[in-house]
Every structure is written in structure tokens, then in C-alpha cells.
Design a protein around this ligand. Sequence first.
Ligand SMILES: Nc1ncnc2c1ncn2[C@@H]1O[C@H](COP(=O)(O)OP(=O)(O)OP(=O)(O)O)[C@@H](O)[C@H]1O
Ligand SMILES: O=P(O)(O)OC[C@H]1O[C@H](OP(=O)(O)OP(=O)(O)O)[C@H](O)[C@@H]1O
Ligand SMILES: O=C(O)c1cccnc1
Length: 487
Amino acid sequence: MALQQTYRTSLTLLTDLYQLTMAYGYWKQGMAEREAVFHLYFRKHPFGGGYTVAAGLEQAVEYLQALKFTEDDLAYLSSLKGSQGQPLFEQEFIDYLGQMEFSCDVDAIPEGTVVFPSEPLVRVKGPLLQAQLIETPLLTIINFQTLIATKAARIKQAAKGDTVIEFGMRRAQGIDGSLSAARAAYIGGVDATSNLLAGQLFNIPVKGTHAHSWVQAFDTEEEAFEAYGDAFPKDSVFLVDTYDTVEGVKKAIAVARKLQPKGFVFGGIRLDSGDLTYLSKEARKLLDEAGFHDTSIVASNDLDERLITHLKQEGAKINVWGIGTKMVTAYDQPALGGVYKLAAIKNGKWEYKIKLSEQLAKTSNPGILQVRRYYNQERYLADMIYNEQEQLPEHPQIVDPLDSTRRRNVEEDAKYKDLLVPIFRQGSLVYTLPDLQSIKKHTSEEIAQLHESIRRHLNPHSYPAGLESSLHHYKMDLILKLRETAQ
Ligand SMILES: Nc1ncnc2c1ncn2[C@@H]1O[C@H](COP(=O)(O)OP(=O)(O)OP(=O)(O)O)[C@@H](O)[C@H]1O
Ligand SMILES: O=P(O)(O)OC[C@H]1O[C@H](OP(=O)(O)OP(=O)(O)O)[C@H](O)[C@@H]1O
Ligand SMILES: O=C(O)c1cccnc1
């Protein structure tokens, strides 16, 4: 199918078949419109880190705003057959879907906010059929962008204020992989992308150098540099490693000198192979000796936060980092593993639900949950997940989800804010989506609120985030009850 068709069609069927078979079942049982609550959350920080950056809400909002079964969608669903060749869904159900209007309440943590395991990033409350149907697309969107925003934040942190450019499109997981990654990487802290469509769609600054093929297309490196310098006298970065890096730097300098009288500004050189520490030091020496103190040294070649940290420790003279594969594919952890779990259903009154697991850490949390973040003037102190429906004690206690004997009293004078904010009310958007620049700024302000022991990459401390103690007790009682009845 043509790309345009794939990407411009309705995305309502961008969900798993089982969401539709459950929807049909609920409809047949008369349960389709029973009110339910689901939470989207993850269980473990990616990359062994101490924090995660929420991202993807804007695309989730766009998806939900457009949630409507088109004539084509309905025709496709009508065409689906069961194993005996019988229609999978009856026509009356297809008609029901045809007139369905999204009517859920959605609350979410704004993009760029630092988040912790078990905290609902998104809370959906509404008709069971609808709230269930949107599980998979919400996870697709939020899991990936949150993962990449977190990776990018780590890379930007390792670069310690240097410019970072995202170069990953060619190695990304497909077309949307490249676009979503460019957006999320920008939220995480990257300064620019080489991906023009991402630049156009999301208003991200675009930047780039040139490829080896440019140099190969000329008889000599000098000719290649001169031609590029002619075309871009104010914005040239020469890739110097096509044949011999140190010789390449010398030739780049010679060309820059030659072009200088014509107003040429020597923007930079790029290193893309070899020992980047040694070569950047050599290059810096040569550039400085020639008086090009402001000329940047760009490096690329399978870099990530670990290599950047290592190269900096070695004293590499690199001040711009081009990062592709390892960032946009989240190479060392290619999925976040966020989940979407039913937490409450209305049967006259609210009934709270959990999904049991052998591991306590994997058992979901019951209730209609909110996240309260406590902070003082210096930093974030602790997060507390609590049931919004229940009265909070005057002095709430936070229970460590992995060790319930560890409890934390909230400081008397700590300020607090609730992280989940209203996004949709009865299907109508009530949230003003911030622009991407504001989200990016929010990310860096958020990370700055974390103690450095939580920010560090090697064996970070755990930020205190847990359940409010009465919610913890309720959960434990529910687990015991369910274990008894399951026997
Ligand atoms: N000083 C360094 N210390 C550790 N790793 C480095 C250093 N300099 C470069 N690297 C990394 O080592 C890896 C191998 O780089 P190298 O250029 O030697 O091989 P390559 O990428 O296979 O070469 P080419 O790009 O020419 O095919 C890359 O990930 C690069 O970023
Ligand atoms: O290494 P990454 O972090 O993935 O960054 C992107 C890579 O893409 C380019 O290489 P490629 O070999 O595709 O083309 P080139 O000829 O321009 O080097 C570029 O030179 C980088 O090395
Ligand atoms: O502009 C660049 O230097 C660039 C763009 C994409 C991939 N690698 C490098």
C-alpha cells in the first residue's frame, strides 16, 4: 500500500484483534458501557537508570481525538471471518461501533515530567469497551516515546552541555520509528535532528554535515571541501575521515584558509571513525594552531551515553555529538515494557480490581489513582500513589512497593502537586497541548529537580516513590482475598 494511504487513513484499527473481540463480548453481555478505569504505567526504569521522562501524550491525544470507525474500518471488520467461515462480528455490533463517539475521561502526566515505576502516566475512565479498545495504541505511542526521551536525556546529560544532534533516521525501526524518535529525542534534550520531515512536522531545528559520498564524488578531498564551502560559506562542517583523518583535517584547514578572504566561516569538522579521543585532540591542536579556535569538532560513530562519558573522561576535544542508531533504537533496551491495567469497574459503586502476579512488584494497583509529588525549594522529595476516591490521612505515609517495612513520612512543610492532569472530559479535549519547546524546557527543569545520586548513570539511588499506606493495606487485603478464592 502506498505510504500516504498507510499513514493518512483512520488509525482506529491500529489496535490488536483481541480488543475488538473483547469489545464484541462486552457488547453482547450488555457491559460495553459499564464505567471502568485503566492505568498505563511501567514497572522498571529503562537502561538501569534512576528516572524516566514521560513522552508521547500529544500523539496519544491526536489518536483519541480522531477515534471513529470509518466506513472502510467497518467494512473491514464485517469482512472478518471465524474459523468456520462465519462472520466474526454480527452486524448490529458493527452498527454500534459505527455510531460510537469517544466519551472517556483521560488524565495524564504532562510530557517531559520525570516519572517513576508504577505511577500511572495515563488514566482512562469511561465505557469499558472504549477504555479497553485504546489500550494497544496508547501503549505503542507512550512506551516508545517515553523510552527514547529517556535515552536522549541520558545522552544529553553525558554530553554535559555540548550540542547533540539526532542522526538516526536511517537506522530507525521504520518510518514512524524515525519520526517519533526524533520528536522524543528532542523532548529528552537533543538540540536538533537531521530528519527533515520531523523538522517540518514538529518544528524541530534541523542540522547536518555531509556524507562520505560527497568526498568520494570528487577527485580530491580538497576539491570536495572547497565545493561544499562554496555552496555553504557560513554553514560548512567538513567530514574529514574518508581517507586519512589527520591529513583530512589539514586539507580542511587549507581549504578554509583559501576561502576565508571570500567571507567563509569555518563551522566545523566531523570525525566518524577511528580513535575519537586521539583524533579530536590532534584535530583541535591543528585547528587552534591555524587560528580556528571557534571551529567545532563533531563526532559520530555508534555513540551512546557510555561512550560519550568515556571519551570525555579521556579528554576528547569533541563539542558536538551526532547520535544515531543507539539512541533512536534504544539499542541496549529496545522496549519500555509499559502496561495498561484495569483498576476499577462500576457495579453500582466502584469495585477496585488487581491483576495478581507471582511477583508483588508485578501485581497491579487497585483504585482510581493519582500521583502526588512532594518537593521543597531544592528538589523533588518523594512521590505517593493514592486513591483519589478515598480520604487521605492528615499525615500520609509512603510505603516502599518492594519492601513494605520501609515507610516514609512526608516532611511537614513539604509542598506538593498532583501529577495527573485532566486531558479529556467525556471525550472532549480540555487540555492545552504545550508546544515542543516548552516540553523540552520542562524536561530539563524536571531532571534538575532530582538529586544527583538519582541522576547518575552508574548504580543510581532509587527515588522514593510508593503507595500511600491505606492504599497499600487495601491492596494487600485484596491480594490475600483473591489468593484464598483462587484456591
Ligand atoms: N577512544 C575511544 N575509546 C573507546 N571507544 C572508542 C574510542 N574512539 C572511538 N570509539 C568507538 O569504537 C567503536 C569502533 O570504532 P572504529 O572507527 O575503530 O571502527 P568502525 O566503526 O568499525 O570503523 P569504520 O567506521 O571505519 O567502519 C565505535 O563505536 C567508536 O565510537
Ligand atoms: O553511527 P550512528 O550513531 O548510527 O550515527 C549515524 C551514522 O550514519 C552515518 O553513517 P553511514 O555509514 O550510514 O553513512 P556515511 O557514509 O555518511 O558515514 C554517519 O556517518 C554516522 O556514523
Ligand atoms: O548530517 C550528518 O552528518 C548526518 C546525517 C545523518 C546520518 N549521519 C550523519
